[in-house]
Ligand binder design. Structure first.
Ligand code: SIN
Length: 514
């Protein structure tokens, strides 16, 4: 990378810029680096959603009773008619290779017997096919191994990608806010790997940086996004009161025998689905929500007292419970559904390519068609690894073919934004596990009152990103007059076969931008 000088506005050059340092971003960066490209990674915040992933990686191993067909079938069933079956097959079939590569990079997974990985089950899976590390610390191990592999790469911390620089319809770099002020990194390839958007809501399992950045950046550049109404609420977020990031209570606990009960000890999912507490996530989250409405209670309980060797197998959950003053070996764990994962995002193919030459997206920010209307548990680390690696290869190839970008000086962007607490309150009230048309209209009216804001800080940028993304979620949720996957409409409680398609939205919501 070459510093191009400049006094106040700084300028740099790279072949490939990767925005985000979770599983998809690091897999992409390593892949482009291996192909000889100059890669710069931008990290806005220290924490990634990858680090917090607990359950594991869903992967078909070559030597057990599982099959790619079975994993594809489970993924399609969870996706409720909106998955792209070819995309699912392509990603699932490449899973074992990608995991083997991760192991070559130094990742260690738990073994059930010497030389054989321990496999667990989560909601919607008909087989035990989820590998895990450190019991329930899978994401931390994946992040550790990838961080180590990427330790020689150029990672710029506290760098916020504010805007995409576009030159004659192709990506030319990113405008960046850093401790040195506003600048630009010019590159013929940019990979968005910014993760999710859980902070649209007052409480979420996501880390602080999950503010929908990549989706907003793509929308501001006029790119299409899809399936954003399908925000997955994890059934079991620890109920501690308060907002912001709250601990996840992994679904793998239910795979190992924990059961959901209400305050009166009644099962929550009885009669709801043949898979009971291990039904797909949307079904379990909606069953909990219905029980909370019926009882007026604040939470239900996950009873993990019969789970063998709880503290050793689930050290992360155990620690989170203890921090909250709960001994899960003696008492049921209070839980509520929590905003967890965006099934939709920037439209890409399974190589991370978007509609703009040179711009790629991978991981939670992208919508490959893998998840449809509801993601199957533990398919996200899988998708991030597979598509991240592929996007890095495609970006490297594109950078080589396209050559250096022109230096096009961007203007400091101004976007519309709502105050964050107001936005989160409205999203939590009107666009949570169960929505309805009246609430979504009220939400949209509120979002229309957003006012222009100069993006002078990370908080300004995040508020603007959240506001843009909330607008897309609200309008897609309003246009889907049915219940499907993790989009539950109380005023349209059944699926409508005539609406079995993805909504695509593309909008430039910039104010005062070049
Ligand atoms: C969990 O461990 O329950 C979450 C896994 C996932 O989101 O796929």
């Amino acid at each position: 990378m070459t510093a191009c000088g400049g006094s106040r506005f700084w300028r740099l050059r790279a072949d490939v810029v990767v925005v985000g340092t979770g599983v998809a971003g690091l897999a992409a960066a390593l892949s482009a680096h291996r192909r000889g490209r100059k890669v710069v990674l931008l990290s806005k915040a220290g924490e990634t959603a990858t680090f917090y992933a607990q359950g594991g990686i869903a992967v078909v191993l070559p030597d057990n009773d599982d099959s790619v067909d079975a994993h594809v079938a489970d993924t399609l069933a969870a996706g409720a008619g909106l998955c792209d079956a070819e995309a699912v097959r392509s990603i699932v079939a490449d899973g074992y290779r990608a995991v083997a590569e991760l192991i070559s990079a130094g990742a260690h997974f738990d073994e059930g017997a010497p030389g054989r990985w321990a496999l667990t089950r989560e909601g919607g899976h008909t087989r035990r096919r989820i590998i895990h590390a450190g019991g329930d610390a899978t994401g931390a191990e994946v992040q550790r191994a990838l961080n180590h592999a990427a330790s020689a790469l150029d990672i710029r911390r506290n760098h916020v990608a504010l805007d995409l620089i576009v030159d004659e319809g192709a990506i030319a770099g990113v405008t960046v806010l850093s401790d040195d002020g506003l600048g630009a990194i010019y590159a013929p390839s940019v990979i968005l790997a910014t993760g999710g958007l859980g902070h649209l809501y007052s409480a979420t399992t996501n880390p602080d940086g999950s503010t929908g950045d990549g989706v907003a950046l793509a929308m501001w550049a006029g790119l299409p996004v899809s399936d954003l109404e399908f925000i997955q609420f994890h059934p079991t977020m620890l109920h501690t009161g308060g907002g912001g990031r709250r601990p996840l209570i992994t679904e793998a606990l239910r795979g190992e025998g924990a059961v959901l009960r209400d305050r009166n000890g009644l099962a929550v999912t009885d009669g709801v689905h043949p898979m009971g507490d291990l039904a797909p996530r949307d079904v379990v989250a909606a069953a909990i929500e219905a029980r909370l409405v019926a009882t007026g209670d604040e939470c239900v309980y996950l009873d993990a007292r019969a789970v063998a060797d709880f503290a050793r197998r689930f050290p992360t959950v155990n620690a989170a419970c203890r921090d909250a003053g709960i001994d899960a070996t003696r008492d049921p764990i209070p839980v509520v559904p929590g905003a967890h994962y965006s099934c939709g995002g920037v439209r890409t193919d399974v190589y991370g390519s978007t509609d703009m030459p040179g711009l790629f997206a991978a991981g939670e920010v992208a919508r490959t068609g893998m998840h449809g209307a509801n993601r199957l548990a533990s398919n996200s680390l899988l998708e991030g690894l597979v598509v991240g690696g592929r996007a890095g290869a495609a970006a490297a190839q594109h950078a080589h073919a396209a050559g250096p970008s022109r230096v096009v000086d961007p203007a400091a962007p101004v976007r519309t934004a709502l105050p964050r607490a107001e936005l989160q309150h409205a999203m939590t009230r009107f666009a949570s596990v169960v929505r309805n048309g009246d609430g979504l209209r009220e939400l949209s009216e509120l979002l229309d009152t957003a006012t222009p804001r100069a993006l002078d800080s990370r908080a300004d940028f995040e508020d603007a990103a959240l506001t843009t993304v909330a607008g897309a979620v609200a309008s897609m949720a309003l246009s889907r007059n049915e219940t499907r996957g993790c989009h539950h409409r109380s005023d349209h409680p059944e699926p409508d076969p005539a609406q079995a398609f993805s909504v695509v939205q593309s909008a430039r919501t910039a104010v005062g931008c070049p």
